[in-house]
Design a protein around this ligand. Structure first.
Ligand code: HEC
Ligand code: HEC
Length: 287
């Protein structure tokens, strides 16, 4: 497995060397990839007339990630009054479900068991499998000061459906201590096949056509998968809220794990392009 992944990486680098300039140009063109066209407004923020269970679960997952981006609402002001005063975060981010309950749904028992996101609050795995209707009242209790202007009842039902049917235990494929994808937990070839035929349409074959880094920092699919795989698993299962991205909710859990295994091998920075030997120009292009 290890040898294969090294070879793959070498091949990917060789290929990316020849398209380095093209990738640089793409990164510049997509300076503000968060924007989407008016024709995509309904796909990104609306709902289909006949809603499949898969669409509903993914839509709920995007609300769990960031409800105002998912639903095109005003960003809340200040810090969530329900956020523990003893914890370190502040500001609108404290209104995101993931901030208290974690990307891995395990709260204080998971990746947020220490560090700047620690709150001591439990995860949401306990409600997995419960009927959505029985989860709904929790989402309107005093720990959850969301008005119906922020998240209306129909939208909250999507969240409850996500909690009921969409949660995945990430411990078999993400090491909680190192926060790394566990090598060998998925099929790399299958992950590559899915990536090259779906994700690459927007992210490019080496994952560097979209760059959401700021200033000199570059953030590609590979960067994100290497550093925050639990977050990325949410993004690929539900899509990134507020942008025109597909999601893999209709694929099996194992296929999503296969993609995780593959994207963890993609280049994490521009440095990997230096193979061409023209790094100075490259840096300037993307600065
Ligand atoms: C500011 C922190 C905070 C945020 C943000 C937050 N919650 Fe909670 N949540 C809590 C607390 C506190 C509890 C109660 C934990 C306990 O009983 O120990 C809780 C409990 C829950 C439970 C019950 C878990 C169980 O097993 O009993 C669910 C489900 C839940 N929250 C879902 C959500 C969802 C969905 C969102 C976003 C729409 C959200 N929470 C946002 C703090 C938060
Ligand atoms: C139709 C275009 C499109 C497709 C297809 C697509 N994405 Fe994206 N993706 C985006 C856009 C746009 C963003 C937002 C970039 C930004 O934040 O500015 C994004 C963001 C991301 C992020 C970063 C989210 C974050 O934390 O900021 C990851 C990871 C990601 N995509 C992975 C994937 C994977 C894996 C696939 C294939 C399963 C995929 N994407 C398919 C358009 C797409």
């Amino acid at each position: 497995m290890r040898v294969t992944s090294l070879l793959t990486r070498a091949t990917a680098l060789a290929v990316s060397a020849t398209i380095a300039l093209a990738a640089g140009a793409n990164a510049q063109e997509s300076a503000r990839p968060q924007e989407h066209g008016p024709n995509q407004q309904y796909f990104v923020h609306g709902a289909p007339q006949v809603q499949s269970l898969e669409w509903t679960i993914a839509a709920g997952g995007r609300i769990y990630d960031n409800w105002w981006e998912a639903l095109d609402r005003d960003m809340p002001e200040g810090t969530n009054p329900a956020y523990p005063a003893s914890a370190e975060q502040s500001g609108p981010g404290t209104y995101r479900c993931k901030e208290c309950h974690g990307w891995d749904y395990q709260g204080a028992d998971g990746i947020y068991s220490s560090g700047s996101h620690y709150t001591g609050i439990i995860g949401v795995m306990g409600v997995s499998g419960q009927p959505p209707e029985s989860i709904l009242p929790i989402l309107r209790d005093e720990n959850h000061p969301y008005t119906t202007d922020m998240i209306n009842d129909e939208e909250m039902l999507r969240v409850a459906t996500f909690l009921s049917e969409g949660l995945v235990d990430m411990t078999p494929f993400i090491d909680r201590e190192t926060r790394q994808v566990i090598v060998g937990s998925g099929d790399l070839d299958r992950g590559r096949a899915i990536f090259q035929t779906t994700c690459a349409a927007c992210h490019g074959f080496d994952g560097r056509a979209l760059d959401w880094g700021q200033g000199d920092e570059h953030n590609f699919v590979g960067t994100e998968a290497a550093a925050l795989p639990d977050e990325v698993f949410n993004k690929i299962s539900n899509a990134h809220p507020g942008v025109a991205m597909l999601n893999m909710r209709a694929f099996s859990v194992q296929d999503r794990i296969n993609v995780m295994n593959y994207i963890a091998t993609l280049p994490t920075g521009l440095d990997d392009m230096i193979v061409v030997g023209d790094d100075d120009d490259q840096d300037q292009d993307d600065g």
